[in-house]
Ligand binder design. Sequence first.
Ligand code: C2E
Ligand code: CA
Ligand code: CA
Length: 427
Amino acid sequence: MDDSMDELMTVISNEPGLGLEDVCEALRHHGTSVTFAAGSRIFEEGDRGDCAYMIERGYVEVSSVARGAKEVLAVLGAGEVFGEMALLDGYERSATATALHETVVAPISRQQLEQTIEEASPLARLLVAAAVQRLRATQSRGEPAATGEGRSLQLRVDKHYENVRADAAGQVKLRLDLESAIANREFELAYQPIVGLTDGRTAGFEALLRWPRAGRPTVSPAEFIPLAEQTGLIVPLGLWVLERGLQALGSIARDAGSEAFVSVNVSPRQLDTEENVERLAAMIERATVDPGRLRLEITEQTLLADPRMATLGLARLKATGAHIAIDDFGTGYSSLNYLHRFPLDVLKLDRSFVQRIAEDSAGQRVAAAIIALSHDLDMDVVAEGIEEPAELSWLRAHGCRFGQGYLMAKPMSFEEAHGYLYRSFEW
Ligand code: C2E
Ligand code: CA
Ligand code: CA
């Protein structure tokens, strides 16, 4: 325990009137367990709820007063959680929690809980909200309807529940649509030129998924890819992308006489088991194109999620002859360590770095350092999201060999993209 924590614990034990609720704010920064003597109150009915608790050791009695008499609702032991309801729906404490023996509890702050719920899928959020709403309804049966402040709280809670429900319904619908779109092959690939910044020639294309939905608003990949990842649908979808990408490469190779490559995005889920890796590898090996002209774009997330599996998976994919690119470089945890630990051929400098080039000299120094480091490690660099002429000229002047962005070309149909192989950018 550090000094400030010692100090805090002294304050709690010397101030019997000071409830744990009062010091939760301070505790939540420490996440440290707190000990309660037998018989002491952890919180009381009617208190404002700032923390939930997990019991590490001991027993907690949860009780409430009904018609003047104390009613024990539960006795909880190690591993159980209590005090979470007031956090979940914003009402005050509906029960009193008392330590029966000497009891050690770990506080869970509102912030921690809210973050966990925020990160959960809309459906999981709906299940939590529904469960809390039903539990509260059973508890308040027979009590008078809320008035004044209580009523506005009730309305806020109902509104919140409605929002959660609408989000979940939207996501369930989108998921069903996504399933049938995969089954019916409703997707398309758009191709964005990746340009050689020295000669102005199109060096290759990144294949990007598009979901045209007749008569309905388009859904951006930034929205449906995470859903496909959560549901595992990304595995069949990703195989379809690779298959189409390889076909595109085949037709470029047949008639353009260029050395252009095709870059395909591969999500972490596609590399999380040997079976999934093998599916990708087998598809590349079956294709009748030069695998050296295929790039697989993976993100830092793939390397960090399961480094052992990533090592095996990338080795297998490299063995097919395909090249590996690290995508969105700099947006994740950016451990420079993995740049030489994994067999990476290309680094894609994220658009956020490219934007910072124009902003300040610190941005320029970071971009210059990443470009230099990549070249030291024998990796090609592709700068992403170039929109401004100033960004382009800075990158060219600082030895960045490839670039991609709306300034040169947006993602487009294969036929249109194909035309870019026969002309050069002038600069
Ligand atoms: P990403 O892999 O980083 O792809 C580049 C994104 O940046 C694309 O967005 C592209 O249209 C956009 N972009 C290109 N140049 C510019 C520019 O100059 N300015 C701006 N503002 N944006 C630019 P898109 O197509 O909406 O794709 C978004 C993300 O969805 C992709 O980011 C990728 O993470 C994911 N994605 C797309 N297709 C696939 C796929 O087939 N498989 C997987 N796993 N993910 C995909
Ligand atoms: Ca990409
Ligand atoms: Ca990217």
